[in-house]
Design a protein around this ligand. Structure first.
Ligand code: NAD
Ligand code: TYD
Length: 352
């Protein structure tokens, strides 16, 4: 009989691609998508697989230990892939407590439920915690984050993710819970919520609105196509060493300003606009407090141990992403109506 895998945060950006990867690749598994459907969770991300025989959605909040225990008791998952989180740095600056609740307490609740369910026999069980490179803090002009880099988070978001990583390792060291961690760089791709840099700029270019660049725009991020992150999670979940961490990235660093210029170039081509039109929307705004200068992942370990490599270049991935947004304008309209407008006005009208 196939395994039952519980994926948390499966209605979000990355989670929906992970759910799809598992539903398609493992027809003998039962995939349970557990999600609270916060502002970032959207079942429209999963319409193509919502009726699949091996898929089920369960609405639940991971901060509710009793409910989580009941769900573990009912479905008896063999594996957990944990992505549910508050994920946006700017929101964490406004409301850090929400990040502690979901990212720290929620993770501990899941660890407790897994430990209780699996306590008689850990054989064949696995808790895969999906984390971020932001736990390592910031780099100067040189160097890369390896799995051995000391944690040094600066934002409430990265502090909450770092804390959750420590709890996951503590449950392994203290109780022997079988765990694995992945720490990935910035993702981009279809279904990306337009509060993050790339989809926000795509949305604003479509609407001829300013493209807000924080500070001098020289902050650097290492970008990975979301489907390549989902593939990496699949690989590590099935072949990773228990107790280990794997950094995931594409050796693909971009300064924000260069990335947005590349995006403007591709958007002008695809929208048949005169070259240079979209770039005129670039507007430098007040910097983010505590803004990390540079993230860059050394992905040698996952490459050497598990043979992992990204499947697309950044230019290809960006082109696929823009095409997706251009053909899914309804999705974009749905997620940018209502609460999004309130968030946007609060976040950007204060700094413009
Ligand atoms: P997202 O914000 O798009 O999605 C988060 C999902 O979690 C949503 O579906 C939301 O409804 C759900 N959720 C939030 N709080 C919940 C709660 N209390 N109970 C149950 N569900 C809840 O996030 P994302 O960008 O897809 O990130 C997914 C994971 O990957 C996160 O753990 C994040 O830290 C990590 N990560 C993200 C990136 C990135 O670039 N986005 C990079 C590396 C790692
Ligand atoms: P973001 O997509 O929020 O991801 P993260 O902060 O997790 O890396 O931001 C990516 C980079 O883009 C980061 O350096 C902040 C910057 N940024 C802007 O310049 N303007 C914006 O409107 C946003 C949302 C981000």
């Amino acid at each position: 009989m196939g395994k039952t895998i519980l994926i948390t945060g499966g209605a979000g950006f990355i989670g929906s691609h992970v759910v799809r990867e598992f539903v398609y690749n493992y027809p003998s598994y039962k995939i349970i998508n557990l999600d609270a459907l916060t502002y970032a969770g959207n079942l429209e991300n999963l319409t193509d697989i919502q009726n699949a025989d091996n898929y089920e959605f369960v609405k639940a909040d991971i901060t509710d230990q009793n409910k989580i225990n009941r769900i573990f008791e009912q479905y008896k998952p063999d594996g957990v892939i944990h992505l549910a989180a508050e994920s946006h740095v700017d929101r964490s600056i406004t409301d850090p407590t929400a990040f502690v609740m979901t990212n720290v307490i929620g993770t501990v609740n899941l660890l407790n439920a897994a430990k209780e369910l699996w306590k008689d026999n850990f054989e064949g069980k696995l808790f895969h915690h999906v984390s971020t490179d932001e736990v390592y803090g910031t780099l100067g002009d040189n160097g890369l984050f390896t799995e051995e880099t000391a944690y040094d988070p600066h934002s409430p978001y990265s502090a909450s993710k770092a804390s959750s990583d420590h709890f996951v390792r503590a449950y392994h060291d203290t109780y022997g819970l079988p765990i694995v961690l992945t720490n990935c760089s910035n993702n981009y791709g279809p279904n990306h919520f337009p509060e993050k840099l790339i989809p926000l700029c795509i949305h604003n270019i479509l609407n001829n609105k300013p493209l807000p660049i924080y500070g001098d725009g020289k902050f650097t991020r290492d970008w990975l196509f979301v489907k390549d992150h989902a593939r990496a999670i699949d690989l590590v979940f099935h072949k990773g060493q228990i107790g280990a961490s794997y950094n995931v990235g594409g050796f693909n660093e971009w300064q924000n300003i260069d990335l947005v210029k590349e995006l403007c170039k591709q958007m002008d081509q695809k929208l048949n606009r005169t070259p240079g039109t979209s770039a005129q929307l670039i507007t430098f705004v007040k910097d983010r407090p505590g803004h990390d200068l540079r993230y860059a992942i050394d992905a040698t370990k996952i490459n050497k141990e598990l043979g992992y490599q990204p499947s697309v270049t950044f230019e290809e991935g960006l082109s696929i992403t823009i095409d997706w947004f251009l053909s899914n304008k309804e999705w974009l309209e749905h997620v940018t109506s209502g609460d999004y407008q309130k968030y946007y006005d609060k976040q950007y009208n204060k700094s413009n």
